[in-house]
Design a protein around this ligand. Structure first.
Ligand code: DON
Length: 307
């Protein structure tokens, strides 16, 4: 049995000299001012232990990591009919690409590219108001993180809305094909707010635990999602969680993961634990450069891999 506290410390120390590398996302102005030297790491284990390093208690914008949780909630709400609206194939394209939507009749490749996440959020709304859907997302994240302070950063959500031309284009394009069931602005009002959830590595790692334990929160025994659905979310994370960088992440880390342009990555080790890292400098595909490096070292040191 590896000494996991030591593995966390070693992974953090190994990646630390690279801190500040990569490019902080600036297409959402509210994210552009984040300090590139921030770096946090948290490992949550089923007995409730959390091992941390660095800035693990500082809140950051989870951005596309939220797509994992809205996928879980949408599956819980509408079941397999979700797959009428979105596929589960890697896109091999950038997170905000529109090109495949035209030849594929407005059905996005998977729930993690922006178009697919917007289509998933549309199904999650399921006839409710935008605020009701957002309330469900926030309540779920608070319960999973075990921390009622988890909240939406309204400044970031407003900034996303103000600069949302690309997401509006994707949404109206899907709407033209009949993919969306609610008005574009209703769907985007939820999508922008889910992306603007502000959480620390400690909170995010704990929130991911149910995915490592077949849909069950190992701390409370609560079954939150069917086991086969939790496994399938992990499969999609492995194949699509980093867009056109998913193969590289699987090759280097060997665990399902989901990145966000805020610099966070959630990584699931089935049957073992859940890991969250944060460092704002990104590679070309929008994955945290230092975060991926730390995860690679951690997985290697702990001997954790799904392969
Ligand atoms: O929709 C957007 O562009 C952002 N709110 C989320 C993008 C994102 O995090 C992509 N992930 N690496």
């Amino acid at each position: 049995m590896p000494d996991l506290a030591r593995c966390v410390a070693e992974a953090y120390q190994t990646a630390l000299p690279h801190r500040g590398q990569g490019k902080v996302a600036d297409y959402i102005p509210a994210l552009a001012g984040v300090d590139p030297d921030r770096f946090g790491f948290a490992l949550a284990l089923p007995d409730g232990t959390v091992h941390t390093a660095g800035d693990a208690d500082e809140a950051f914008s989870i951005q596309s990591v939220s797509k994992v949780f809205t996928l879980a909630l949408a599956l819980r709400r509408v079941g397999s009919s979700l797959w009428d609206s979105v596929g589960r194939e890697p896109s091999g394209s950038a997170f905000n690409s529109i090109v495949q939507l035209e030849s594929e009749q407005g059905v996005p490749r998977n729930p993690f590219i922006n178009a697919g996440a917007i289509a998933t959020t549309d199904r999650l709304i399921d006839g409710r108001s935008a605020d009701e859907a957002v309330d469900e997302i926030v309540a779920f994240m608070r319960a999973r993180a075990g921390d009622a302070s988890v909240a939406i950063d309204t400044g970031v959500a407003g900034s996303e809305n103000d600069t949302g031309a690309r997401n509006r284009s994707l949404s109206y394009f899907m709407d033209a094909f009949g993919t969306l069931r609610h008005p574009v602005e209703t769907v985007l009002s939820v999508y922008f707010r889910q992306c603007a959830l502000s959480m620390s590595c400690r909170q995010l790692a704990q929130a991911g635990l149910f995915l490592a334990f077949e849909g069950r929160d190992p701390r409370t025994g609560e079954q939150l999602l069917d086991p086969h659905r939790a496994r399938r979310i992990n499969a999609i994370m492995m194949l699509c969680g980093h867009y056109d960088n998913s193969g590289e992440f699987a090759f280097r880390v060997g665990l399902p993961g989901k990145s966000g342009v805020g610099g966070g990555i959630l990584c699931i080790a089935p049957g073992q634990g859940s890991i969250a890292v944060w460092s704002p400098g990104l590679n070309e595909a929008g994955t945290s450069l230092v975060g991926a490096l730390a995860l690679e070292h951690f997985a290697y040191a702990a001997g954790w891999s799904v392969f």
